[in-house]
Design a binder for this molecule. Structure first.
Ligand code: ZN
Length: 130
């Protein structure tokens, strides 16, 4: 199994992903610029490192941090898939994800069918837990 996308498309998505990552790192930085934890870590040396921010946001309990972390994790996973030549393949059923879906959300991990199933599943598991 290898990526169904052309080299040009992969490069385009790589660009989109790193732009999204930059924007999210800036958001995270703005959110935590005055945070004690960040000041104490003294780690602002790597303000553009996705891994750094994922680690940092893990320690934060607010909703905004959680949302940013989720998105960064998606981007990190997609970047890894590009590296492995597996980008654009559904993580559940291994069918190619359509170009339209990827253009909408380049860190997309699932095809339309599996995404719908996944949402249904998480909606019903939420019902169970609530
Ligand atoms: Zn699928």
């Amino acid at each position: 199994m290898c990526s169904p996308l052309s080299k040009q498309h992969q490069e385009k998505f790589e660009d989109m992903l790193s732009q999204q990552a930059d924007a999210l790192c800036k958001q995270a930085q703005a959110l935590h610029i005055s945070s004690q934890a960040l000041a104490a870590n003294g780690d602002i040396k790597q303000p553009n490192s996705i891994d750094h921010w994922i680690d940092f946001l893990y320690q934060c309990n607010d909703d905004a941090s959680f949302q940013i972390r989720r998105k960064l994790e998606g981007i990190a996973a997609a970047q890894q898939q590009i590296e492995l030549g597996l980008y654009g393949i559904c993580s559940d059923c291994e069918s190619p994800i359509t170009l339209e879906r990827l253009l909408q959300e380049p860190s997309q991990q699932r095809c339309g069918i599996c995404e719908a199933k996944f949402n249904q599943l998480s909606a019903s598991s939420k019902r169970v837990w609530l």
